[in-house]
Design a protein around this ligand. Structure first.
Ligand SMILES: Cc1ncc(COP(=O)(O)O)c(C=O)c1O
Length: 356
């Protein structure tokens, strides 16, 4: 089955193969020799003060960041424009008094739209600003850097859910004024699922030390302590760490700017062909995704199941507000224009066959 899905995605053979290496234990020199260079590379690429790897899915990293950010009685502001922004609000509301603002119709967040809400929140002593970097439900790339810089100037800690973002979009903790960040291995980097990478600024590290312990597995004070030894507090998914290492080696060889350009070109190709086929795209122009393209299509579920049964092609289903009216054509992982065209040709075929 060819996967044009929002994650898990098709895994490059070299990344897949890396998982087969002989098992080691997570205590001692062999593990430290694997783990420490990965952390060091990620710190450089994200310009982060600290990086930790947690075993679990994207949600684990988001919740760990949220619950380690503020003391009891803290207040948060969450801006959303899709299902994952809505979920982020749910995570924040478990621990903090949370103000929530939602954009509809696949509109993107930029500073102009966010500023009045940040100003109002700052006046009410809100100390945590949170939003999604790349909203996966219809594929919206929010202008997170300009918004976080402003929220930080207003005295807030900033937290981004980057689960489906990095490394398809750059993130620089220092210049983007981002304190807490997280992304999952099964999406843009094209690894198997199983790990979430969280990264922090100096301010985030200080906040973690002040926050109360709200769970044991997500207690980031423990991760900070163990990272001094080059280890994780709990047994990590070592096989996926091998694949993460292989994926980062490929990324370093290609360089991240070239990786981003390659993804942008693929997404532009998908958009152009979908429009040529007569589909209407979902996302507001100016906020297009380099990885996930949602388009309106009648009989969306029938189209996707026909693609699977007749062409071994699987697209991302419609999600959230767009569940019944759209499909998502994604270009992450082991992908190139030739493979995209196979999927797009199949879609063109099914479109005619079903008359949609
Ligand atoms: C932006 C975003 N946040 C959070 C999640 C949840 O990630 P997971 O299913 O890995 O927990 C996803 C999954 O697609 C996502 O795209």
């Amino acid at each position: 089955m060819m996967l044009f899905t929002p994650g898990p995605v098709a895994v490059h053979p070299a990344i897949s193969k890396a998982q087969e290496q002989e098992m080691i234990t997570h205590r001692g020199k062999q593990f430290q020799a694997l783990y420490t260079p990965i952390i060091s590379d990620l710190k450089t690429m994200l310009n982060a003060a600290e990086v930790h790897i947690l075993t679990g899915s994207g949600t684990l990293g988001i919740e760990a960041n949220v619950q380690n950010a503020l003391p009891v009685g803290g207040k948060a502001l969450v801006l959303s424009n899709g299902a994952f922004g809505d979920k982020l609000k749910e995570h924040c509301a478990l621990y903090y008094e949370t103000t929530f603002v939602r954009l509809n119709d696949a509109q993107g967040w930029n500073l102009q739209r966010a500023k009045p809400y940040i100003d109002a929140a700052a006046a009410k002593h809100v100390k945590l600003f949170a939003m999604v970097h790349h909203e996966t439900s219809p594929g919206i790339l929010n202008k997170a850097g300009e918004i976080c810089r402003y929220a930080k100037e207003k005295g807030m800690l900033t937290l981004l859910d980057g689960t489906s973002a990095w490394p398809a979009y750059s993130l620089n903790h220092a210049s983007d004024s981002v304190d807490f960040y997280s992304w999952a291995t099964q999406k843009a980097l094209g690894c198997p699922p199983g790990l979430v990478v969280i990264s922090h600024s100096v301010d985030a590290a200080a906040a973690i030390e002040k926050a109360p312990v709200r769970s044991n597995f997500m207690n980031l004070k423990t991760y900070r302590k163990m990272s001094l030894k080059g280890e994780t507090p709990f047994t990590p998914a070592i096989s996926i760490i091998y694949s993460l290492h292989a994926a980062l080696e490929l990324l370093k060889k290609e360089t991240q700017p070239a990786f981003i350009m390659r993804y942008d070109k693929m997404a532009a190709h998908v958009r152009a062909r979908l429009v040529k086929m007569g589909f209407k795209l979902v996302t507001e122009p100016g906020f297009e995704s380099g990885t996930v393209t949602a388009f309106f299509v009648q009989k969306n579920k029938e189209v996707n199941s026909t693609l699977q049964s007749k062409h071994q092609v699987k697209l991302g289903g419609g999600h959230a507000d767009w569940a019944e009216t759209t499909l998502r054509f994604c270009n992450m992982g082991d992908m190139d224009i030739g493979k995209l065209d196979k999927g797009l040709n199949a879609l063109e075929h099914v479109k005619k066959e079903l008359g949609v």
